[in-house]
Design a protein around this ligand. Structure first.
Ligand code: ATP
Ligand code: MG
Length: 180
């Protein structure tokens, strides 16, 4: 059964792996240490995710169809290992990512993007760059700390939405399906 999705003004949709609570807690703590020294705005612990495919705005009338097609996708479980912090100068984001991209995780994102293109929901599939945004508006990162590896096996994927709120973008999962 598909969920009735509330669509706030300016809502964007994306498929993601949501972080398990213990993984989110570890990364949020590391990011909190960076904020203490260098500033920036922390992502909420319960909003941490790895985007697999970004759809952007989806017309409300297509959301039921989107959930129907997603429920039919046969996607494989993938291991996730986050073992490095990185910083992007162009958007002032601190992120957690991987030293060695895992082929199974890349294959999951590629397969999902392919299925979404075929279903007419994704027009500009982008190369997948697995990362978790931890901090925004970080201007001077300084030397980044080592990241003790955070690992889990992704057993489900989610449809999520983000929308503008008075404290920056808000994020929420709207539906989830198991990986096989
Ligand atoms: P804001 O846009 O307000 O700075 P945000 O980038 O987190 O916040 P969205 O733009 O809605 O919010 O993006 C939701 C998720 O999708 C984020 O994880 C973001 O990194 C990712 N994302 C956004 N645009 C793209 C894109 N063109 N390709 C791949 N991933 C994207
Ligand atoms: Mg954005």
């Amino acid at each position: 059964m598909s969920t009735e999705i509330v669509v706030p003004p300016g809502a964007r949709f994306f498929f993601a792996l949501w972080l398990p609570v213990d993984a989110a807690k570890k990364l949020h703590t590391v990011a909190g240490g960076v904020v203490g020294r260098c500033g920036g705005r922390l992502m909420r612990e319960d909003a941490l995710h790895i985007t697999l495919a970004f759809l952007g705005e989806v017309p409300e009338r297509r959301l039921v169809e989107l959930q129907k097609v997603a429920a039919e996708f046969k996607l494989q479980k993938a291991p996730v290992r986050l073992d490095r912090l990185g910083f992007w100068n162009h958007n002032h984001i601190l992120w957690a990512g991987t030293k060695e991209p895992d082929p199974a995780l890349s294959a999951l994102a590629a397969e999902l993007q392919d299925l979404l293109v075929k279903a007419g929901f994704l027009t500009d599939a982008k190369p997948f760059l697995p990362h978790v945004t931890l901090l925004r508006k970080l201007l001077h990162p300084g030397a980044l700390p080592e990241l003790p590896a955070v690992e889990w096996s992704a057993a489900e994927f989610v449809l999520a939405k983000s929308w503008p709120s008075d404290r920056g973008s808000a994020y929420e999962t709207v539906a989830r399906w198991p990986l096989n």
